[in-house]
Design a protein around this ligand. Structure first.
Ligand code: GLU
Length: 425
């Protein structure tokens, strides 16, 4: 992104899909996965690339590149968000789609995995431009998306607003009102209560589950949350509401540290009034963004970008526990360093699966035409998340491996059944 935040490595020369394959291969070897199944899962089912001409406010036409990759459909219709960012490319979308397959399998959802994206800078576009772009994307993907086929949702740079435009466009194509064709919608259009905070909530539930295993009392624990968008802000709020002291926060504009704890309610109120950014917040000392991940804390929640934990900074991390709110925040080489330092890392495909879990609940509610209370959603979410955590934790002991590889094994055990039962031509 033009205003690339935080200390992410320049990822242009690093294939994210290779990062996926490195982990897949390691897990496959440990669990003795059949080579045929591995081959199937190394190859995405479908990759679509489109050009989207959009009339800009200056009267000129700009052509944007749009992507959708369906990675797998063995366990159900494919599911995954749509991201608007400048670094969106075919490799990144393919990696994110594969992660969705593993994430849905770990969370035991009846879905395959997919991901989409548009290479654009949403922060520099007007609401009208974003609406035209979203509608153009929906039109170009009308044969891909379907309520029982491929179901999109928000991701980085998108929210309920974009989902509403895409829903409207897709419903115009079919002439039918089919809210379950997309999730993460505004409540008025069939969205689910609890969906907005769900990814952050999943991070919170996973953090508490891990602390319990580590025999750490949450009341004596400090945490740093990198990212203050949908995932980071809800994660910071929920962790602090449950008694964990948040000592560091940051977004793409500024990072802050306060060893006595940051008033997260005040930071949220500040960001709300300040165009959703933290720059200028005075409730803590401003620090360099590169310092945020390595400052003193017990729990580190990277909830912003991919590849932020890398070979350069992994050995400086002081946290005992990392809970990955973002997709792909840790590079494979950093995994080895973290494992050597005995830092427990709850991997993205488990830690941030709360979002797609409540997307699943939204889809179920849309199909039934019957809507649940927020409490029902949260209770069901927490229950599902705790079961997923336990399944992964058991595989850590069984295969004597890291949580990341154990999570891949958990996913592959399910996917292997899907691939074998459905067979091939
Ligand atoms: N984009 C989110 C993710 O990466 C949510 C996907 C969904 O709800 O389908 O998990």
């Amino acid at each position: 992104m033009s205003n690339t935040p935080i200390n992410s490595t320049n990822t242009n020369d690093v294939s994210m899909f290779d990062s996926v394959l490195a982990r897949l291969d390691e897990a496959a070897k440990l669990m003795n996965l059949s080579p045929e199944v591995s081959e199937v899962l190394r190859s995405p089912v479908k990759q679509i690339k489109v050009s989207l001409p959009v009339s800009m406010d200056n009267g000129k036409i700009q052509v944007f590149k749009g992507y959708r990759t369906v990675h797998s459909t063995h366990l159900g219709p494919s599911k995954g968000g749509i991201r608007y960012a400048m670094d969106v490319n075919a490799d990144e979308v393919m990696a994110l789609a594969a992660w969705m397959s593993f994430k849905c399998a770990v969370a035991n959802l009846p879905y395959g995995g997919a991901k989409g994206g548009i290479k654009c800078d949403p922060r520099s576009m007007s609401v009208g431009e974003l609406e035209r772009l979203s509608r153009a994307y929906a039109q170009s993907m009308k044969d891909v998306f379907g309520v029982n086929k491929d179901i999109p949702a928000p991701d980085m740079g998108t929210s309920g607003r974009e989902m509403a435009w895409i829903l409207d466009e897709l419903n115009k194509v079919t002439g039918e009102d089919s809210p379950g064709i997309i999730t993460g919608k505004p409540i008025a259009l069939g969205g689910s209560l609890g969906r907005d905070a769900a990814t952050g909530r999943g991070v919170m539930v996973n953090t508490f589950a891990a602390l319990k295993k580590m025999n750490l009392d949450p009341k004596n624990v400090t945490a740093v949350v990198q990212g203050f968008g949908n995932v980071g802000s809800h994660a910071a709020r929920l962790l602090s509401e449950k008694g964990i002291k948040i000592v560091g926060i940051g977004d793409h504009t500024a990072s802050f540290y306060n060893e006595n704890g940051i008033d997260i309610a005040a930071a949220l109120a500040y960001a709300e009034k300040n165009n959703r950014i933290l720059k200028g917040f005075n409730g803590a000392t401003e620090i360099k963004s590169s310092e945020l991940l390595i400052c003193k804390c017990d729990v580190l929640v990277p909830a912003a970008l991919q590849n932020v934990i890398n070979e350069e900074n992994a050995h400086k991390i002081q946290a005992k526990l990392i809970v990955e709110g973002a997709n792909g925040p840790t590079m494979p080489k950093a995994d080895t360093i973290l494992n050597d330092k005995n830092i427990i890392c709850v991997p993205d495909i488990l830690a941030n699966s709360g979002g797609v879990t409540v997307s699943y609940f939204e889809w179920v509610q849309n199909k039934a035409g019957y809507y649940w209370t927020e409490e029902e959603v949260n209770t069901k979410h927490d229950f599902k998340m705790e079961i997923a955590f336990e399944a992964v934790w058991n595989n850590v002991a069984k295969y004597k491996t890291s949580m990341r590889i154990a999570a891949y094994i958990t996913a592959l055990q399910k996917l292997e059944q899907g691939v074998k039962l459905k067979g091939a031509y």
